[in-house]
Design a protein around this ligand. Structure first.
Ligand code: FES
Length: 245
């Protein structure tokens, strides 16, 4: 039975959506949410935009006392569903002990699949109508860059505010005239999730935790612009295991 909640946060989980598709998916979620007689928000669990923590805080500020977090994905990844209960309990106990937080359930994907297949079979386009191509001519060469920045936008880093990191990073690089020197790529989980949000910079293999705008600005100007280092934000490497010779 659905618990009595006074706020719902719909969380779309699909890491590889383009900005355009993410916007369309969130609009569809908002439309679906509007059919429920309850204030709601629609966010992405991964990628740019409002993070789950920001949405929870907004719900609390609005006076909500019982919030349902409803993951939406097809299917939802098992590792995300395994992580979410602990992450929500952590937030609730550390930031809003008086608030109830519920985690919404999931449908059985096997039960939904037949309807999806039927909907897909309603549409088709002739492949011969498209121009034959396996790629664009410009996709022949390595992009010019000195540094490759991997920005983790996995769910745990997104929970800690990585959602807008990539957009801010790209904007700051552009403002500093450094865009052409860096290849910036968003990734899924890079593993040191407890320290997120984080970036990894190659070929130096230096990893930095970026908790706020100040850290991001320092990274752009000191690490990228001057090829320097920021020891205060740098993640320590674990001692490597000795390999028997
Ligand atoms: S989600 Fe970013 S390191 Fe795991």
């Amino acid at each position: 039975m659905m618990p009595a909640c006074d706020h719902i946060i719909f969380c779309l989980s699909q890491p590889s959506l383009s900005a355009k598709d993410a916007s369309a998916a969130l609009a569809a979620l908002r439309l679906a949410a509007s059919r429920h007689d309850c204030p709601s928000q629609a966010i992405r669990l991964e990628g740019a935009g409002v993070s789950l923590v920001e949405a929870l805080r907004a719900a609390e500020r609005s006076g909500a006392r019982a919030v349902r977090v409803q993951p939406v994905g097809f299917p939802m990844a098992a590792n995300i569903l395994a992580w979410l209960p602990g992450a929500l309990a952590h937030w609730q106990q550390s930031e809003a002990p008086a608030m109830q937080v519920w985690l919404g359930g999931q449908p059985d994907p096997a039960a939904l699949l037949p309807a999806m297949v039927d909907a897909c079979l309603d549409h088709a386009a002739p492949a011969r109508a498209a121009k034959p191509s396996l790629g664009k001519p410009g996709w022949q060469y390595l992009p010019d860059h000195d540094s490759h920045i991997l920005v983790c936008t996995g769910p745990r880093c997104a929970f800690r505010g990585a959602g807008t990191l990539t957009a801010r990073l790209k904007a700051m690089l552009a403002e500093a005239g450094l865009s052409d020197r860096c290849l910036t790529t968003t990734t899924g989980c890079l593993y040191p999730c407890n320290q997120g949000p984080l970036v990894a910079i190659y070929p130096r293999n230096h990893w930095y935790v970026l908790p706020d705008e100040e850290a991001l600005r320092a990274l752009v100007h000191e690490v990228i612009g001057k090829a320097g280092d920021l020891p205060q934000y740098r993640l320590a490497e674990r001692p490597r295991r000795q390999v028997a010779s």
